[in-house]
Design a binder for this molecule. Structure first.
Ligand code: NI
Length: 267
């Protein structure tokens, strides 16, 4: 089974010798004005029959705080562009494999750089790094099947079938996977990637009525599942570097849909 542990730490200063527990903000950022990094490790193993633990999460805290964070500070702590992150995370992942608790196998490490950008190294990806960027748009839609009566639509979709539509603030997480560009360190050309998302998804969808103004939804119900699929289809044509690995669309903080290459090949 898999276990995830998150540690928060300062981007510039190591944790104090006092070794606090893994608090809400992490040491020393809990009471200081510091840039705050979030690191996550996923490990896999069997739960011990007596303790019920795959491993002691305090050992994962030590691995993230004392092995991963110092390497990230060394290689990208003072960098002013994201190109330094992917190579640094690959180095840190290699070191973390050696420092992982013996009972567990390290599957991945995620470096949450900001609420809108995260990098991940997964053991199964080989030398590739995953990058996820978050974007937002607001749009109106109506869930409705024109072959059904108004009454049947109301029964099937409830208030989501209101004839005048309703709106959501959608959050789109775009994940790409790629090898590191030796010269620039990036897995994608970030300005080109952001431009592709902006031009192919955000501008056509933001502040629009999806049913009326987006051609894909003329016949297709704009459910969050179908919105994820349409965004994948739009982006897979225009992302120039890296493989488009997943589109996650959050319709509300309680609902998201994922769509990826396996879904596309399944039709
Ligand atoms: Ni809705």
């Amino acid at each position: 089974m898999k276990l995830m542990r998150e540690t928060r730490c300062s981007s510039t200063r190591p944790a104090s010798a006092a070794r606090p527990v893994n608090t809400w903000a992490g040491d020393p950022t809990a009471d200081r004005f510091e840039q705050f990094w979030t690191l996550q490790a996923v490990v896999e193993g069997a739960a011990d029959p007596q303790t019920g633990y795959v491993c002691d999460v305090r050992e994962l805290d030590v691995m993230l705080r004392d092995v991963v964070a110092p390497l990230l500070r060394e290689y990208c702590g003072s960098a002013d562009d994201l190109g330094a992150v992917a190579p640094a995370l690959c180095r840190a992942f290699e070191a973390a494999v050696g420092a992982c608790p013996v009972a567990a196998t390290l599957c991945s490490i995620t470096f949450v750089v900001s609420p809108f950008t995260r990098f991940e190294v997964h053991v199964k990806d080989g030398a590739m790094v995953r990058l996820t960027r978050s974007f937002e748009f607001s749009a109106a839609h109506r869930l409705y099947c024109d072959r059904l009566s108004d009454e049947e639509n109301r029964r099937l979709f409830g208030k989501c079938s209101n004839p005048h539509g309703h709106g959501h603030n959608y959050v789109v997480e775009v994940t790409v996977c790629g090898t590191i560009d030796g010269a620039r360190g990036t897995v994608v050309d970030l300005p080109a990637f952001d431009r592709a998302v902006q031009e192919s998804v955000i501008l056509p969808f933001d502040h629009k009525n999806l049913n009326i103004e987006c051609p894909e939804f003329a016949e297709l119900n704009p459910s969050v599942e179908n919105i994820a699929r349409v965004i994948f289809q739009r982006l897979v044509r225009v992302i120039e570097r890296g493989e488009l690995l997943n589109i996650r669309v959050w319709e509300t903080p309680k609902t998201y849909a994922d769509y990826g290459p396996n879904d596309a090949s399944a039709g």
